[in-house]
Ligand binder design. Structure first.
Ligand SMILES: [Zn+2]
Length: 209
C-alpha cells in the first residue's frame, strides 16, 4: 500500500509524492512534495505513516492538483542524485554523471522515457545548464592575475602521503610553478628518453600547462 522510494525522505502513496517533514511520537509526518512549489499552487495535503513505513496512520488530506505519473518519483530521485554527485564528484563531468544516472534509473528502476517522464524533464538542456551552475558553485574562483595564486597552504605543496610535491615557484612576472615528486625525479634521471605532453585545453586562462 505504502511504497517508499529508495530516497529515505520521500514516499509515494496513491499517485502522490510526499516529503518527510517531521517525526511524531507514534508516527512520521510527511507533506505533499508540492507544499513548497514555486511554480505551481502550493498544496497543503499531508499524510502520517507508521515509523516502519508499513501503515498509513492518518489518510492524506485533499490535494489541489492531479496525481503524478508513475515515473515522477524516479525522475525526482534521478535529478537529486545527479545534483548531489555533480557537487561531490568534482573530477567527473556533469554531463557524464547525468547520462550515468539516467542509465541507472532505466536499468534499476525501469524508468521509461515516455510522455510522463519527458514532461518532468521539460527541458533536458535546461537541467544540464543548471548542473553546470551547481558545479561552478563548488569550483574555486579562477585567478585573474598570477599573483593571486597563493600556494602557501600545506595541501598545495605536499602529496596526500605528506611528501614534498612543489618543486619550485618563480613568483615573478612570468610565474612558473613546477610540481614533481622525488620518486618522479628519480625515474626521470634514470631514463634515457623523455616524452612531453600537455593538457592545454583544460588549463586556467592565465596559464599553459
Ligand atoms: Zn499535493
Amino acid at each position: 500500500m505504502v511504497k517508499p522510494t529508495k530516497l529515505h525522505d520521500m514516499l509515494v502513496y496513491d499517485g502522490h509524492m510526499y516529503q518527510y517533514c517531521k517525526p511524531n511520537v507514534a508516527d512520521d509526518y510527511y507533506r505533499c512534495c508540492q507544499s513548497r512549489s514555486k511554480v505551481m499552487a502550493k498544496c497543503s495535503a499531508s499524510i502520517n505513516i507508521s515509523k516502519d513505513k508499513t501503515r498509513v496512520t492518518k489518510e492524506p488530506t485533499a490535494h489541489n492538483h492531479l496525481k503524478q505519473s508513475a515515473s515522477a518519483p524516479i525522475v525526482k530521485r534521478l535529478r537529486n542524485n545527479t545534483k548531489l554527485r555533480v557537487i561531490n564528484e568534482p573530477k567527473n563531468k556533469p554531463n557524464t554523471i547525468l547520462l550515468e544516472e539516467v542509465g541507472k534509473s532505466c536499468r534499476e528502476d525501469n524508468l521509461k522515457i515516455d510522455d510522463g517522464s519527458a514532461k518532468l524533464i521539460p527541458n533536458y538542456n535546461g537541467f544540464k545548464r543548471s548542473l553546470y551552475r551547481y558545479r561552478n558553485k563548488v569550483k574555486p574562483i579562477e585567478p585573474q592575475v598570477t599573483d593571486e595564486i597563493n600556494l602557501t597552504d600545506y595541501r598545495f605543496i605536499n602529496t596526500n602521503d605528506a611528501k614534498r610535491y612543489k618543486l619550485f615557484d618563480t613568483l615573478d612576472d612570468t610565474r612558473m610553478i613546477c610540481y614533481a615528486s622525488n620518486i618522479g625525479l628519480e625515474i626521470l634521471s634514470k631514463s634515457t628518453e623523455w616524452h612531453a605532453d600537455g593538457t592545454f585545453k583544460s588549463a586556467p586562462r592565465k596559464y599553459k600547462q
